[in-house]
Design a protein around this ligand. Structure first.
Ligand code: GAL
Length: 857
């Protein structure tokens, strides 16, 4: 018996072993072993210098993903970083959705297809200017739950979703340990910034989160950002505008930078932030100079907050972020190009960077060098951290000129391949072309109607309670607890009976006070708008005081409270609340009437939302077709048809003329629009000085102007033939002013001085046996098949100005235009040496530069 049973066991064990062996052999060719040491992430035993960039999959569309990822690859990225957005994947507890823009597996595979790695930041709290920080709002209603602390209900939900994501990735074979692209994963997000508010329970939760993540056995390292006490083996990483001063918590961990903010996010009511590339490049170079080996641009492509996905309150629909790829998916120049050159320069240093520890040398006041030397390998970074003065420094017996706030990169410890403040890359001027209500197709054929001028239909959204299931209760209820964020809108309705002699009356007048946690409030008395107010990104609180006229008998008071994205950051952000929490009071010369505890009737959402008016494929008798549609009237739906602009240029709708609302194209929400919310008058700069430490309000533009007028309509939302556009207008506007625009590239320009290093692609070998060429100005048409058709401007000497408005300086060569025309016209790219040898010397002893503006067709 013993033999009889043992034999089959032995043979099946041998079989299993064989299968395992075969799996190993097949897998071994693809699976990667990802670990780390004190210098770097180590892939298959090799330390790597990695450049990463954030692209959030739901902020673009699946048809955009491959193009964005390819542009990231062409820009020199090795890794794409994304958060995982819990709320979109589990909109209802236990019901998962990974379709369309939510196709996380598809996105990770698209990155793999391009040959790049993925850093998957599961969170599942993500911040990210995303509604409720990425938490589904149902989570708030789980009995006994407390977010992001040592709370069993929360931990159970967090673990369940994290496991779901990890299992989904494992199921698709997406971890590097399985041959997939995921080399890193993140648990939580910047908890260390706020954990003290949660006391000892916060620390316990953090340790639990770390242990839970590790137990999921992904085969790749985990990180926690901004968490200096992240338990081993989790790597603590840095987020910020600069991270060169950061050191990880133990000397067995590498120095990683998970968020290098490439710009900043936009709020409704705020000015538009931008970050000069010279400063961003400086920050990047300083990080690698001082021992960093992985940095990630947050964002590399920011994209669009479609639907009601923006966090808040008051985060705008555009999440452009001044990123190297703009909201529409086009490279932003010279940001993208200069960073590509920076990445190439750093990659030239990689062999030395991973082989050696940096050694420091002082180069004088505010200047320092770091050298990585191992055997014949040598790379050096020379930095001038002074925000004002250029410096000339001596290094290894040579002299180097370091502009203020810049780093020079020397892949052979001798030749400067790049200086972060000297941009060799071209500038592309992009502009939104307004197509108005008609479009001239690019092939010159007949003019096609863009917007169906047959006009707009409309549907009036009634004031106050219209739904039968409305709830009546004494007192004022907090909004998020009441709506569960099913809609932005909550009606609060009550009525009072007036005799005429009440102490709160002055004749028929009274003063109404309404206090609200935000975010937007409209007050209707007897169906008429009596006042409105809004909070702001810095404080969402509203205290509205408005005179009201009351009539003898019954008076209706309807308050419409609106949220504009739920809070996403800070300790206890989930408990901030919104809506009218009181007091609500009428007052007059002889007294007041406090309505805070009276009976209020509540209606969640709009009638039009219930009727799905945003989805025109569902016919509704509500719509009125009449050329004399009402304008500048609050609470109204509009609908029209349009033909998509021809071609494949990115499309945006210009909502100038409208107030505030939400827009749907063929039933898909393109987000909230709010062109009447203006940036403050002051705080902007005409031209931003990149020298000196950057902060989110250092470089702002569009003061006094609408924060956002243009709203991206992804091409995949459009169809050939007729398209539907539906608007819900809350404040009042004139839809006849709505227009379509496409994003088009105008001129290409470049400005290169004699002092610039040569173009990076001319780097030959670390030994530099061959004489390196001098600086050159390079132009390349943005689209395949295009050639340079016109040189609009060329000047060698001391030209000034910006792309589109250059001027000759006091000194300029008379031959510049002819020389540039000869080299560049008729070709898709050209390179012109920037030297007096080429142009003649129009002014000896002066540093000269070449500027060119060209057109491609
Ligand atoms: C960080 C956060 C990100 C994002 C960023 C600002 O603190 O981790 O998710 O919110 O700030 O854009």
């Amino acid at each position: 018996m013993a033999v009889a049973t043992a034999a089959p066991r032995a043979s099946s064990a041998v079989q299993r072993l064989l299968v395992l062996l075969m799996l190993c052999i097949v897998g071994a060719s693809r699976a990667a072993n990802v670990t780390y040491d004190h210098r770097a992430v180590v892939i298959d035993g090799v330390r790597r210098v990695l450049v990463s960039g954030s692209i959030h999959y739901p902020r673009s569309t699946p048809d955009m993903w491959p193009g964005l990822i390819q542009k990231a690859k062409d820009g020199g990225l090795d890794v794409i970083e994304t958060y995982v957005f819990w709320d979109i994947h589990e909109p209802v507890q236990g019901q998962y959705d990974f379709e369309g823009r939510k196709d996380l597996v598809g996105f990770v595979k698209a990155v793999a297809d391009a040959g790049l790695y993925v850093h998957l930041r599961i969170g599942p709290y993500v911040c990210a200017e995303w509604n409720y920080g990425g938490f589904p709002v149902w989570l708030h209603f789980v009995p006994g739950i407390k977010f992001r602390t040592d709370n069993e209900a929360f931990k159970a939900e967090m673990q369940r979703f994290t496991e779901k994501v990890v299992d989904t990735m494992k199921g698709a074979g997406l971890y590097a340990s399985q041959g997939g692209p995921i080399i890193l994963s993140q648990i939580e997000n910047e908890y260390g910034n706020i954990d003290s508010a949660y006391g000892a329970a916060g620390k316990a939760y953090m340790r639990w989160a770390a242990g839970m993540a590790i137990s999921l056995d992904t085969g790749v390292p985990w990180v926690m950002c901004q968490q200096s006490d992240a338990p081993d083996p989790i790597i603590n990483t840095c987020n910020g505008f600069y991270c060169d001063q950061f050191t990880p918590s133990s000397n067995s961990k590498p120095k990683l930078w998970t968020e290098n903010w490439s710009g900043w996010f936009l709020s409704f009511g705020g000015a538009v932030p931008y970050r000069p590339v010279e400063d961003l490049a400086f920050a990047v170079a300083r990080f690698y100079q001082r021992g960093g080996t992985f940095q990630n641009y947050y964002m590399y492509h920011g994209g669009t907050n479609f639907g009601r996905s923006t966090g808040g309150p008051f985060i705008a629909t555009s999440y452009d972020y001044d990123a190297p790829i703009d909201e529409y998916g086009m490279v932003r120049q010279p940001k993208w190009g200069h960073l590509r050159d920076v990445h190439k320069a750093i990659k030239l240093c990689e062999p030395a960077l991973v082989a050696a520890e940096p050694s420091f040398i002082s180069l004088g006041q505010n200047s320092e060098g770091h050298i990585y030397q191992a055997g014949s390998l040598c790379a050096a970074f020379l930095a001038n951290m002074d925000a004002q003065s250029d410096r000339t420094v001596k290094f290894n017996g040579n002299t180097y000129k370091l502009p203020a706030w810049s780093v020079s990169i020397l892949p052979d410890c001798k030749n400067v391949v790049l200086n972060t403040a000297q941009i060799n890359s071209q500038v592309t001027s992009s502009a939104m072309k307004n197509l108005g209500s008609s479009i001239q197709p690019s092939d010159g054929s007949s003019i096609a109607p863009e917007l169906d001028t047959a006009g707009w239909s409309y549907a009036i959204e009634p004031v106050g309670i219209t739904k039968e299931n409305a709830l009546t209760k004494p007192g004022l209820m907090e909004q998020i607890n009441t709506t569960a964020d099913a809609s932005d809108f909550l009606w609060y309705s009550t009525s009072i009976t007036v005799k005429g002699n009440e102490p709160y009356l002055n004749g028929s007048q009274s003063n109404l006070l309404v206090n609200s946690l935000g975010h937007v409030l409209q007050v209707y008395i007897n169906g008429k708008l009596a006042g409105s107010a809004k909070g702001s990104a810095s404080s969402s609180l509203i205290s509205l005081q408005t005179p009201v006229t009351l009539v003898p008998g019954k008076n209706k008071i309807d308050l419409l409270s609106t949220t504009v994205g739920l809070s996403n950051y800070g300790a206890f952000f989930d408990l901030v609340g919104a809506g009218v929490t009181g007091p609500v009071k009428l007052s007059g010369p002889n007294g007041a009437l406090d309505l805070s505890s009276t009976d209020w009737t509540y209606q969640i959402g709009l009638r039009g939302e219930d009727l799905h008016l945003y989805n025109p494929s569902e016919a509704s008798p509500e719509w009125v077709s009449d050329n004399a549609y009402p304008t500048n009237q609050p609470l109204i739906w509009y609908k029209t048809r349009f033909t998509a602009p021809a071609g494949d240029d990115p499309v945006a709708i210009d909502f100038t003329g409208m107030g505030k609302g939400e827009a749907w194209v063929n039933g898909q929400s393109i987000g909230r629009y709010w062109p009447t919310n203006l940036a403050p008058q002051s705080g902007c700069v005409n031209s931003c000085n990149y020298r000196g430490a950057y902060s989110s309000n250092k470089c702002l533009k569009k003061c006094g102007q609408p924060s956002q007028t243009l709203y991206h309509v992804p091409r995949s939302f459009l169809q050939s033939g007729s398209n539907d556009l539906v608007l819900f207008e809350q404040f009042g506007g004139d839809p006849s002013k709505v227009s379509f625009t496409t994003r088009q590239t105008g001129s290409i320009c470049a400005h290169v001085s004699e002092m610039h290093p040569a173009q990076i692609d001319s780097w030959i070998s670390p030994q530099q046996k061959v004489q390196r060429p001098g600086p050159a100005l390079r132009l390349e048409c943005p689209r395949e098949g295009q050639v340079i058709s016109n040189i609009k401007f060329a000047s060698f000497g001391t030209p000034s100005g910006t792309c589109g408005s250059y001027n000759h300086g006091q000194c300029s060569s008379s031959q510049a235009l002819a020389i540039v025309q000869k080299v560049c016209i008729g070709v898709s790219s050209c390179s012109v040496p920037v030297s007096s040898k080429n142009f003649g010397d129009p002014c000896t002893g002066v540093t000269k530069s070449l500027v060119v503006e060209a057109a491609c067709s």
